[in-house]
Each structure stands twice: as structure tokens, then as C-alpha cells.
Design a protein around this ligand. Sequence first.
Ligand code: AMP
Length: 216
Amino acid sequence: MATYIVLLGPPGVGKGTQAKILSERTGLAHISSGELFRENLKNNTELGQVAQTYMSKGELVPDDVTIAMIRQRLSRPDCDSGAILDGFPRTPAQAEALATMLSEFNGQVDVVPFITAEEDVLVERLGGRWTCRAGGHVFHKTFNPPKEAGKCDIDGSELYQRDDDKAVTVKRRIAVYLEQTSPLIDYYRDHGKLVEIDGTQPIEQVTQDLLEAVKK
Ligand code: AMP
């Protein structure tokens, strides 16, 4: 049976970084809704253009658009044994849609690691974050600097600062998370899926805690 992991937590807590590591260590596909939107934007698709109007303001892309995109992605063969979902679901309606979708694939959300950090930590992390153009790999000018400034250690592509990592948008993204996504904490806790993980620990320790949560 397939395994589905939902990584929950505020923007900047390290979901993307951890999802990539977890994907390498477990062999499960990594699905990042934000990355999918950014790829669409890069390829100038209609979906990318719709998403951009919301992303640039730090708002959520409408549920119907987001759900359709994830459904399509989860149907691809690399998700046959399951997936790590990073950034989806972000609203109660998305969580309900995910449950329905996975039941169609004879699966369910197995575990929801909830990675936590205080708001001042998130603002600092997002402000210093550099993302790679080719693969979306993430670095931080202080906490996880690349070996060579401006260049991704993994694929050598250019590092850039996401528009929505700029100060004003960061504040809005955190507010949107508190309003619209934080109800999912109770939702998954009530379903017995939530495992809390301290996201202020060193990257490797967070990974260890995640692997432990996933094994159970
Ligand atoms: P992220 O890379 O996860 O920080 O996502 C970047 C932006 O993409 C978010 O601020 C939203 O505008 C949009 N986005 C990503 N995932 C979702 C989602 N599940 N629902 C709605 N919008 C999303």
C-alpha cells in the first residue's frame, strides 16, 4: 500500500528542505505545490499566470485550481508507492479533497509531521533564503550557506531570492498561514495523524525526528 506523508508547518520552517531529504531517504516522490506553481510560472502556462496574481501578494491560490493540480500530479507513476506533500493541503477544503483523492487511490494520509518554530525565526529564515532556479534547492545566507555564493551546491544553477520572500509578503504569508492553514493542526490531531517536531533544531536532527515519525 502507498504511503502518504503531509508536511505541515508555517512558511520558512524548513518543509521544502526536509521534504527533499526525506524523499531521497525514503524513495517517495516529493510534491511541492509552491514548486509546481513556480514551474508553471517559469513555463508561462495559464495556470502559472493565474497563480502568480495570488503568490505575489502572499495569498493562497484558489482551492479548485490547487486541488486539480495536485490530483494530476498524484496520478503520475512516480507516486505509485506514495508521496511527501509539502505545502498542500493549506486549507480545510484542500484537506477534505486530499482525503477523497487518496481514498480513490486506495490510500490515506498516514502521518502528518508538524514542524514548528516561532514567528521571529521564520521571518529571519525567509529573509535570508536563496532558492535555486533549476531544482528549487534551498540555502540560507547564515544557516545553510552554499559553498560558492550565488550558486547551487547540488546542480550549479543560479540562486535567487523569491519575490514572496521579501519582507512585506513574508508577513502576509505568515498571517495567511495562521488564518487559513493552522486549523489543519487540530484537524490532523483529531484524526490521530499529527506528530510535532521542533523545527529550530539543526537540519539533520529535524530529519532524524521526521524519519522516526514516518517509521511509526
Ligand atoms: P510555498 O513555496 O509553499 O511557500 O508556496 C508559495 C506560494 O504558492 C504560496 O504563498 C501560495 O501563494 C501558493 N501556494 C502553494 N501551495 C498552495 C496551496 N496548497 N494552496 C494555495 N496556494 C498555494
